[in-house]
Design a protein around this ligand. Structure first.
Ligand code: ADP
Ligand code: XUL
Length: 529
């Protein structure tokens, strides 16, 4: 095998609905991209939006673990077809949906070390998992376990102080506690537990990879200041948990060289390094090169908002994660479950599936929507913790239907972002004349939606060249991890173009939306009663 003369970097993103990959060169220019869409490319797993809802209890949401493995087999084939020269890949990093967990059986680590290059991964890893389905971030079935975790440290505020978040149903600690409690044998048969990110990393590393600080902050188990597991939380969660987790590592750690499986099967260089994988929101922060003063709005399956913080702060209705680039710094995050899939549902109801018609309807209605306002929580929302559809007319009377499709479409988009603004203000974010919004994720291609965001937040909205900031963040992290002793992250990414301005708010925006944020708070408080 020749040596690496023209270094390339591979970034992967295992998101809710798909597995994507990008290859960039030394200047971070995109050379190749490939993706595998779970519902359409792997129909045998019968997922919808990448997940399986439990028929008896729709709060239980999982994805078959082997689907992710098979998706990687397909992705490698697609990258080969697109002409990637794997022998020149100097480093790999990756990212994945946060909070989900994978349960490895005893012996799985040995299997990973000894993979047969003549076979697909899914043919060899089928018997490695203690649960065939992995709980994912959309699961909200663990309220009981959440209570226990909070009680173990003296209440929600204390848990929030230690781990950066009060207990959340989707966070991995409560998910593990539920399995340990109701499926004791499964838990006892589990040798190691990975997050989705460290699971994907393990497939490249050829052994079970450690969890990184940033994604580890989404478990309600790690002390975000010391970056160690909190012993009382581990104990409250399940017995012998520390042995199953291994210690967390810095997000930009080089973990080792690539597994011989890839050297023999795909002709990777044996010198190719594997860098820790992290969560999709932290990776987006890397890919967006988010600086102070920017607010990131990610419009993927979930909608998230996040920002860089130098110091952790107490945000009871949000999350503080360790920063994936600077291990002294932090990031604040809010997550809304009813993002793109909710927009897709209303698009399908109102337009038979066309974003163009959806946008025409949205653009044909005035800012403020004649006083109509709607909230659509088709799956159980995280903030506010509720579900259902709510439509109000300008007299704040609850109504069943709006008078037209265009009012419905605007009610959805305005309602979503008025809520996002109220909740980010609640965690102390102040919008002022310096605020700039950087949008990313699948729906950030939609200028009509971005215009509503710009008006509701009364701030300009920018985008970057490509909307896949998490996947790109992983590729940039791969390069940064190799060079961090001689260059800063800013220096490494200085060759990238600046974000582009897409929309600015109309002058009447604040007069319209300021009062609507107040109205939102009142209506939601009534709904929550
Ligand atoms: P994830 O990384 O969570 O899988 P993406 O960031 O790739 O998600 O975003 C996927 C979503 O983007 C889809 O569910 C789709 O609804 C949304 N999307 C794609 N194109 C548009 C568009 N033109 N307008 C609005 N939403 C869009
Ligand atoms: C963040 C969250 C989601 C997932 C899926 O807390 O739950 O954004 O990471 O993207």
């Amino acid at each position: 095998m020749g040596s690496i003369v023209d270094p390339l970097y591979l970034g992967l993103d295992l998101s809710t609905q798909q597995l994507k990959a990008v290859v960039v060169d030394e200047k971070l220019k995109i050379l190749h991209q490939a993706s595998v869409h779970f519902d359409s490319d792997l129909p045998e797993f019968r997922t919808h939006g990448g997940v399986v809802l439990n028929k008896m209890n729709p709060q239980v949401v999982t994805t078959p673990t082997l689907l992710w493995v098979k998706a990687l087999d397909m992705l490698m084939d697609r990258l080969t077809v697109s002409g990637v020269d794997f022998s020149q890949i100097a480093a790999i990093s990756g990212t994945a949906q946060q909070h989900g967990s994978v349960y490895w059986l005893r012996g799985a680590d040995d299997r990973l070390k000894d993979l047969d290059p003549n076979q697909f991964l899914h043919q060899q890893l089928g018997s490695c998992f203690a649960t065939s389905n992995s709980p994912v971030w959309m699961d909200s079935s663990t309220s009981q376990q959440c209570k226990k975790l909070e009680e173990a440290v003296g209440g929600p505020e204390e848990l929030c102080h230690i781990t950066g978040s009060k207990a959340y149903e989707r966070f991995t600690g409560a998910q593990i506690a539920k399995i340990a409690e109701i499926r004791k044998e499964t838990y006892n048969n589990t040798d190691r537990i990975s997050l989705v990110s460290s699971f994907l990393c393990s497939l490249f590393l050829g052994r079970i990879a450690p969890i990184d600080y940033s994604d580890g902050s989404g478990m309600n188990l790690m002390d975000i200041r010391t970056k160690q597991w909190d012993q009382s939380l581990l104990e409250a969660c399940a017995t012998n948990l520390e042995l199953k987790l291994d210690g967390p590592v810095e997000s930009s750690s080089v973990l080792g060289t690539i597994s011989p499986y890839y050297v023999e099967r795909w002709e990777f260089s044996k010198d190719c390094k594997v860098v820790a994988f992290t969560g999709d929101n932290p990776a987006s922060l890397i890919g967006m090169r988010l600086d102070q003063g920017w607010l990131a709005v990610s419009l993927g399956t979930s909608d998230t908002m996040f920002l860089w913080l130098d110091q952790p702060k107490l945000v009871p209705e949000g999350h503080i994660f360790c920063n994936p680039i600077d291990s002294e710094a932090y990031m604040a995050l809010l997550c809304f479950k009813n993002g793109s899939l909710t927009r897709e549902k209303i698009r399908d109801d109102c337009t038979e599936g066309s974003w163009d018609i959806f946008n025409q309807l949205l653009d044909s209605t005035p800012r403020g929507n004649f006083g109509n306002l709607g909230f659509y929580f088709h799956t159980h929302e995280i903030i506010p913790f509720t579900c259902g559809e709510y439509r109000f007319n300008k007299a704040n009377e609850k109504i069943v239907k709006f008078t037209s499709l265009e009012v419905e479409v605007r009610a959805l988009i305005e309602g979503q972002f008025i809520g996002r603004r109220a909740h980010i203000e609640d965690i102390g974010f102040k919008f002022d004349e310096n605020t700039r919004i950087l949008a990313t994720g699948g729906a950030s291609k939609n200028k009509s939606i971005l215009q509503v965001i710009s008006d509701v937040f009364n701030a300009p909205v920018y985008v970057q060249e490509t909307a896949d900031s998490a996947m790109l963040g992983a590729a940039y992290q791969a390069k940064y991890a190799l060079h961090k002793s001689e260059s800063t992250y800013k220096e490494i990414t200085s060759c990238l173009p600046e974000p582009q301005l897409i929309c600015e708010p109309f002058t009447d925006a604040e007069d319209i939306y300021g009062p609507m944020v107040i109205r939102y708070r009142k209506l939601i408080a009534d709904i929550m009663k």
